[in-house]
Design a binder for this molecule. Structure first.
Ligand code: ADP
Ligand code: MG
Length: 722
């Protein structure tokens, strides 16, 4: 195909490049590389006076307040370290509610008044920054006249050097009134809530030495790589991150030959460079493989404390995007870049534990450990059942709506997969009292040992949004492009509440003279009776499950608009307020902001569809109709009989495209009525279907119009040519 459209140029240059060998990356050994750009505890130890180091370490490990006196010393050590490595600037990095990462760079240099310059970085500058934050969403919390929010150093997430030029300091972002404007602040608060409640349960199990309980997260990131030329020739990808047009290719993912297949050489070169960059930042990336869809891949780090995992996840997304460009790719993190092709999720593997008692969701080897595990596991069951709507809300976005329930990702119904053995244990608990003996087929908690639970049942049930996989839960509804903080805040908080309940029940049973094991048995039986409805081990994609879930009273919140409503429920307001994670005002601001983002996302798509339909697709179709007409005229002039069928077909589709496009053009979110909720509903009910109607005609035209006239790179080209 030779020609001069963007599509034609893209195809030629991608083909030319595919024969070029990827450049070799230079070979510093990975062990030297790992963490080399991080101001880690080890670096601090060698750069700080002993007492200062001890104080910082204490703050990190116990969550204690930072001694302000040490800030100056730490700042100066950080500066020396960073400058020695070539840094010129420092930046407070924060995580606004857009889900992105934001940073403001300041130079270390200050003029000395004599034509030279000094370097300066004070404790104050380390602890607190003032980004001009008026353009970040605040949902009414921060009126523009008091637009300044401030960033506050998060001591628990280490500073690092980006590109050898900028010292980055992870921070929380709050308003002057102390209200959270970001994703980190509530995450840190929710970790505290979880810690406090979990410690109560551990105490009941006789533990005296209890270190800080944290939640752990190992996020698996799925993504697509498309060639940059194709991307640039697709205004829909550029504007919306997903294709708004495109017929299915003759070969899709039906052969499943891509999953875990050999990774193409160019992609390997990209992955190697991504991993080296992430290693430098101390991010423990572990696995890489092909995903289900063509051109889809996965990267996963080892699990870390949720706060760190979340900061690192943001860096992983940034790094994937940046390095992709160096290799002539664009990395798509959108949840559904290609209709009819597998979407991208981010599986959030979740557990909690500490350094003294270990992972609390690990069954362990003794009956005593098993009992403790069952209590925490029971708490998770209660948490997810009570707040399944909140969990759904935590992954709600315009883009993730295309993925959830799309028969390749979990449905919008939040249920728990426990696996056969564990489900059986809870069934036994439900059926039997504390005194039943094992011989009668009943399990006595605290005396009997659990059956061996299979670890890593990860892929065994891909249809469940929340699956137990041996020593953790895997929350699979999270979207590929989302920040994992929101889901983690919800998980931490609902677990804190359920663990609070469990601790309170057990404490009062013990106070009444009950034995611990008997109290646990009763409590778990109660939990299974009241919350067992959320457990489902079957096929989450099936129509029967949708009917069954409705009978069980489990919410099925299909779209973001319905799901976000959960943030306004009295239970949610009470929950977040009670555990000091989000005040009612902070929670409401999030509801408003996320709805606004939904409307904005669809507005962009709305405009892009109109533009592409009118100025790219329609002209191509009309030109093609003209070509046919010309040819038919010439043939007819020779006295040969002509069949006008193909011309009629194109003309008919052109007519339909015009009419569908003008219908779409006549719609506007503002017609939805007053307020962002009304607009969001209008987007969902009117604009999205009208966009699909345009697409449907356009995709039919793609199957009819001559290939050399078709302007947009096809699915086949984007997914298979490299
Ligand atoms: P799979 O594809 O089978 O789900 P992966 O190995 O790709 O498994 O990813 C599993 C993720 O779960 C990794 O990030 C891993 O570190 C993480 N993980 C393992 N154990 C825990 C745990 N106890 N808590 C949280 N995450 C965990
Ligand atoms: Mg997984």
């Amino acid at each position: 195909m030779i020609g001069s459209t963007l599509r034609q140029q893209a195809v030629s240059s991608v083909i030319a490049r595919s024969s070029a060998r990827p450049s070799e990356t230079n070979g510093t050994s990975v062990d030297k590389l790992y963490g080399s750009s991080v101001f880690s505890l080890a670096v601090m130890k060698s750069h700080l006076p002993k007492d200062v180091f001890r104080s910082v370490k204490q703050t990190i490990e116990t969550g204690a307040q930072l001694d302000p006196a040490v800030a100056d010393v730490v700042a100066s050590a950080m500066k020396e370290w960073a400058i020695a490595k070539g840094a010129t600037h420092y930046a407070h990095v924060f995580y606004p509610l857009t889900g992105a990462t934001a940073e403001k760079h300041d130079s270390f240099l200050v003029p000395d008044g004599e034509g030279g310059a000094l370097t300066e970085f004070s404790g104050k500058a380390l602890i607190q920054g003032e980004p001009d934050a008026s353009s970040f969403p605040s949902g009414g919390i921060r009126a523009t006249f008091e637009a300044r929010g401030y960033t506050a150093w998060d001591v628990t997430s280490p500073a690092y050097l980006l590109d050898n030029t900028t010292l980055c300091i992870p921070t929380a972002f709050v308003s002057w009134t102390g209200e959270a404007l970001d994703k980190k602040t509530p995450l840190l608060r929710s970790m505290q809530a979880l810690n406090k409640q979990a410690a109560r349960v551990l105490k009941l199990f006789g533990h005296t030495n209890i270190s800080q309980v944290v939640s752990y997260c190992g996020p698996e990131q799925e993504y697509f790589l498309v060639d940059r030329e194709f991307y640039l020739a697709r205004p829909d990808l550029v504007a919306a991150g997903r294709t708004l047009f495109g017929a299915k290719p003759p070969k899709g993912q039906e052969f499943e030959d891509q999953y875990f297949g050999v990774i193409p050489e160019r992609v390997i070169a990209f992955m190697v460079e991504v991993e080296r960059e992430l290693f430098k930042l101390g991010i423990p990336v572990k696995t890489r493989h092909n995903e289900v869809a063509p051109a889809q891949f996965e990267i996963a780090p080892l699990f870390e404390s949720s706060n760190l995992a979340s900061d690192h996840q943001q860096l992983i997304m940034i790094t994937l995007r940046r390095i992709a460009e160096r290799h002539g790719f664009v990395c798509l993190l959108h949840e559904k870049p290609f209709a009819g092709v597998n979407g991208s999720g981010k599986h959030v593997n979740f557990s909690f534990g500490n350094s003294t008692q270990g992972n609390m969701l690990d069954p362990g080897a003794t009956p005593h450990e098993n009992a403790q595990f069952l209590v925490f596991c029971g708490a998770v069951i209660r948490a997810v059942h009570k707040h399944s709507a909140l969990l759904r809300a935590s992954v709600a976005s315009a883009s993730n709506d295309h993925r959830l329930g799309a028969n390749e990702a979990p449905p919008a119904i939040m249920s728990i997969f426990l696996g056969e053995q564990l489900a059986d244990v809870f069934d036994q608990i439900k059926a039997g009292g504390a005194k039943s003996s094992k011989a009668a087929g009943k399990l006595e908690i605290g005396v009997d040992t659990l059956p061996k639970l299979p670890k890593d049942a990860g892929d065994r049930n891909r249809t469940s949004p929340f699956a137990f996989t041996g020593n953790r839960f895997e929350f699979r509804a999270v979207g590929g492009g989302q920040s994992i903080s929101g889901p983690l805040v919800v998980l931490n908080t609902i677990c804190a509440e359920a663990i609070d309940y469990v601790a309170t029940e057990l404490e009062s049973a013990l106070a009444q003279g009950k034995k611990l094991n008997a109290a646990i048995q009763d409590l778990l039986a109660k939990i299974v009776n009241e919350h067992g409805a959320v457990v489902f081990n079957g096929d989450g994609y099936s129509a029967e499950w949708h009917a069954e879930a409705e009978k069980r009273g489990l919410p099925n919140l299909k779209t973001t608009v319905e799901a976000l409503g959960a943030l306004e429920s009295p239970e949610a307001v009470k929950l977040f307020d009670k555990y000091n994670v989000l005040s009612p005002r902070e929670l409401h601001s999030r509801y408003e902001i996320y709805l606004e983002q939904y409307v904005k996302a669809i507005n962009v798509e709305h405009k892009a569809v109109i533009k592409l339909a009118k100025t790219w697709i329609l002209p191509a179709a009309v030109r093609y109709a003209g070509e046919i007409a010309d040819s038919l005229g010439k043939i007819k002039a020779l006295g040969v009989a002509v069949d006008t069928g193909s011309l009629e077909q194109v003309s008919k589709l052109v007519g339909e495209l015009k009419s569908a496009t003008s219908t779409l053009e006549s719609l506007s979110a503002h017609e939805g009525g007053h307020g962002v909720l009304a607009e969001a509903k209008y987007c969902r009910d009117k604009i999205l279907p009208a966009m699909l109607a345009v697409r449907s005609v356009a995709d039919q035209l793609e199957g009819v119009v001559a290939d050399d006239l078709w302007p947009l790179p096809t699915y086949q080209e984007m997914l298979f040519v490299r």
